[in-house]
Design a protein around this ligand. Structure first.
Ligand code: NAG
Ligand code: NAG
Ligand code: NAG
Ligand code: NAG
Length: 378
């Protein structure tokens, strides 16, 4: 596995001391979304919203690469399934080859209006699944099923069960409830991946207000998509730090400070010993290290603090300048040697000067895969 840094992440190595250092935000350039997305759109007469197509169109930046075969691998394949009494595959992953084509297709669907007299979500999901099954190349591209509906009706299979199968295969299922029914809202929550059930309300009586809700939902929709495009490639080994563009790994081994440093740099991807810019991250790291199946506790561990020329720095991947320790992150009573996070009997965890030859656990850190950072699994 290799991480290909296409756009150099600006490491805040020379920030003035007054400005505190913060964790890396997920890249969110709309022009560089790289996902495989299946749109599942209810086009039955029960469908409430009339600006779904317009909203979808606006997710992608003007220079987005839709389809495959581009020099820059950050492209999205977009398939479209509409459904009413039954589902129609309007486009599979091969059909749409450019942003222009996608927009034309969405406009055509918008103009075609409603069909049928039922809304069977299971039919839409079954078609989405068959597209995902048929086009199983592009392994390293996250799969997303994005559903727009205002109903939970089905004819053969429960939509939540169908979605469960997708989710267990690593697919993110996003629902956008275009209606106002609270029961449907709850039901769609059971279909969506955790935290991915959304509402898109339209107020058809008041056009001005309507325009406002439209633009709001576009922004929201985009942030949903870009947050999903920010992930750790090997999600079974790497864990994302909250919603930041940072991934954490617990090697589960002990080593001297030097050995730990070497380990994190030898992962085959640009890695470093874990940072702890603030209390929140410190707590996260402690919890992550202690989240062991066998119940073992880790109360002392190395972080990325490194002393050089009498100054403390945070370790960074090879070739990148280290980040000076910001006083707002904490302070250390010595200027040389090594420190470790040590948990004391009163529950506090503090950076404690120790000998570098101690063997401790440690965590590694790497940049997440997102619109700024394409990750290739090959
Ligand atoms: C994108 O990220 C930048 C920097 O983190 C942030 O300031 C901006 O608000 C984000 N934009 C969106 C649309 O989320
Ligand atoms: C729904 O449409 C089908 C044909 O597409 C028709 O046979 C059926 O009677 C209709 N049902 C209702 C309730 O209108
Ligand atoms: C539409 O918006 C207006 C203004 O916010 C509100 O008074 C009205 O109740 C809304 N109508 C519906 C159907 O939600
Ligand atoms: C520490 O000092 C050496 C020698 O002056 C220099 O080469 C090195 O870049 C310095 N390290 C940092 C992190 O500034």
């Amino acid at each position: 596995m290799k991480y290909l840094l296409l756009v150099t992440v600006i490491v805040m190595a020379f920030v003035p001391l007054s400005q505190s250092v913060s964790d890396r935000q997920c890249g969110n350039d709309t022009n560089f979304i790289w996902l495989d997305i299946v749109l599942v759109i209810d086009n039955s007469p029960t469908m409430i919203s009339d600006n779904v197509y317009e909203s979808i169109s606006s997710i992608f930046g003007p220079n987005s690469q839709i389809g495959t075969g581009y020099t820059d691998p950050r492209s999205s394949r977009v398939a479209i399934v509409t459904y009413n009494n039954y589902a129609t595959t309007v486009a599979d992953f091969r059909t749409i080859k450019s942003l222009k084509q996608l927009k034309t297709q969405l406009t055509a669907l918008d103009q075609a209006g409603n069909s049928g007299n039922q809304s069977y979500l299971d039919q839409g999901l079954i078609s989405a699944q068959s597209i995902l099954t048929k086009f199983d190349d592009r392994e390293n591209y996250k799969k997303v099923v994005l559903i727009f509906t205002s109903s939970f009706d089905f004819i053969d299979s429960r939509p939540d069960r169908l979605a469960e199968t997708m989710k267990s295969n690593g697919v993110t299922v996003i629902t956008v409830n275009t209606g106002k029914d609270k029961t449907v809202e709850k039901q769609l929550e059971g279909v969506a991946s955790a935290g991915f059930a959304f509402k898109m309300s339209t107020n058809t009586t008041e056009t001005l207000q309507n325009a406002l809700t439209t633009s709001m939902s576009i922004v929201q929709l985009f942030s949903i998509i870009s947050s999903d495009n920010c992930h750790c490639l090997d999600y079974w080994t790497w864990t994302q730090y909250k919603h930041f563009g940072v991934c954490m790994l617990n090697p589960g081994v002990k080593g001297t400070h030097q050995a730990a440093h070497k380990y994190c740099r030898g992962l085959g991807i640009p890695g470093n010993l874990a940072t702890e810019f603030n209390e929140e991250k410190r707590k996260f790291n402690y919890k992550f290290l202690n989240n062991n199946i066998d119940g073992t506790t880790v109360s002392s561990y190395y972080n990325g603090l490194t002393s050089e020329n009498g100054t403390w720095y945070w370790d960074q991947p090879k070739g990148k300048p280290m980040i000076p320790l910001d006083p707002s992150s904490g302070s250390i009573s010595t200027t040389s040697g090594c420190v470790a996070d040590i948990k004391y009997s009163d529950g506090s965890i503090s950076w404690t000067p120790i000998s570098c030859s101690n063997s401790f656990n440690f965590l590694c850190e790497a940049v997440a895969c997102d619109t700024d950072n394409y990750c290739d699994s090959s």
